[in-house]
Design a binder for this molecule. Structure first.
Ligand SMILES: *Cc1c(COP(=O)(O)O)cnc(C)c1O
Length: 377
């Protein structure tokens, strides 16, 4: 059984992908070729924003967003501690300081109620609070209604790290349109993945969009050899854009299929194992992109139950075993509060089950029945 089945997906898309690649090989415009513009237009339409700027990966997308907003040395950026390292790494690489905050115990997303403490922490550390980076963990959009309110009230920019949630929705609005700036990743295993590295930034703000277009090509000005800022080499390859155009045409139907899988998992697991497993919280106003289907168990069972599943041929993964505020590179940065208890508990209790659009009913049965067969004493 595959954890995320990219092989079956490729089998279905192979003729179209082969044609798309051939076309690029024929025209030979490998950097910022016509497929890149075409993809940016389609992604912007999909996300219902005027601007999409693609780049080399999802980490660069965050760095470009921060730089375009003028965030750097002396600035603080509020970041959830329960996320992939890239969220905080981008802040440090932009020259700013991350302030770690806890996540909600039920959605696993940044806790809006800790924003004000984080602002105080930033000020105590002689830093200027400038932005919040929310992460839509495992595909579920964060609480954008509350976060936008708080960002406005405290004059902060809201950056959505949607590396795991492109294709998701909140309040009927697509991810990409919910924050000042949204970033995503096209790493192969993400909801919209290419066959290499890739990323993109979405924004309604024309000035930010212009900045990013310059920064991704070494800070170029109107003339390519008149550099107006110190930028990066961070472009999406034309080949990857061509592949993504094929993949994007299937994104909505794949998410719909994953939603059916998630409903089956959740219904069956909550029927039979509600005492020992917590299934993902589904917020009525949101539609997850189901980057992961993540459950929680008593920490004392996690090692044994994931080994038991592995033994029966069922792959699992643990995202994330260490919250960033406890990891070697990030533990010295400020955090909002003496401890971040929800993240600490989640790091010990979560594990993710196989989740993709091609998961058969038989495989769902096998996952559920194997979890039932485990000795939960
Ligand atoms: C994958 C991921 C990133 C980074 O994306 P890359 O394309 O691998 O650089 C950033 N944030 C989160 C939450 C991610 O899951």
């Amino acid at each position: 059984m595959e954890f995320i089945d990219l092989k079956t997906q490729l089998q279905e898309l192979r003729p179209e992908v082969d044609r798309a690649i051939s076309k690029v090989l024929d025209h030979g415009q490998f950097i910022l070729g016509p497929e890149v513009q075409e993809l940016e237009k389609e992604l912007a339409d999909f996300a219902n924003v005027p601007n999409c700027i693609t780049c080399a990966n999802g980490t660069d997308a965050l760095v470009l967003a921060l730089r375009a907003l003028g965030i750097g040395r002396g600035d603080a950026v509020i970041v959830p501690t329960f996320t992939f390292a890239a969220t905080a790494e981008s802040v440090c690489n932009a020259g700013a300081t991350p302030i770690f905050v806890d996540v909600q115990s039920d959605t696993y997303n940044i806790d809006p109620e800790s924003i004000e403490t984080a602002i105080e922490t930033a000020i105590q550390n002689q830093l200027t609070p400038r932005a919040i980076i929310s992460v839509d963990l495992f595909g579920l959009p964060a609480d954008y209604a509350r976060l936008s309110e708080l960002a406005k009230a405290h004059n902060l920019k809201l950056i959505a790290d949607a590396a795991q949630s492109f294709g998701a929705k909140a309040y009927e609005k697509p991810v990409g349109s919910l924050a000042n700036v949204t970033t995503t990743s096209f790493f192969p295993a993400k909801p919209l993945g290419c066959y290499g590295d890739g990323g993109a930034v979405f924004t309604q703000d024309q000035e930010v969009a212009n900045q990013i277009k310059s920064l991704r090509v070494h800070g170029k000005g109107a003339d390519k050899y008149d550099n107006i800022s110190i930028g990066y080499n961070s472009r999406l390859d034309t080949l990857q854009a061509a592949i993504l155009l094929v993949k994007l045409s299937r994104l909505t139907s794949e998410i719909a299929k994953k939603d059916v899988v998630a409903k089956q998992y959740s219904q069956r697991l909550s029927e039979k194992l509600s005492e020992v497993l917590t299934t993902p919280n589904v917020i009525n106003s949101s539609k997850s992109a189901w980057a992961q289907y993540t459950v929680q168990c008593d920490p004392k069972h996690r090692q044994a139950v994931t080994a038991f599943l592995k033994d029966k041929g069922i792959p699992t993964a643990i995202y994330y075993p260490t919250p960033l505020h406890k990891s070697t590179a990030y533990k010295h940065y400020p955090k909002a509060g003496a401890t971040l208890p929800n993240a600490d508990l989640l790091a010990q209790s979560v594990f993710s089950l196989p989740m993709h659009a091609y998961l058969s009913d038989e495989n769902i049965d096998l996952v559920v029945s194997t979890l039932e067969a485990f000795d939960w004493k």
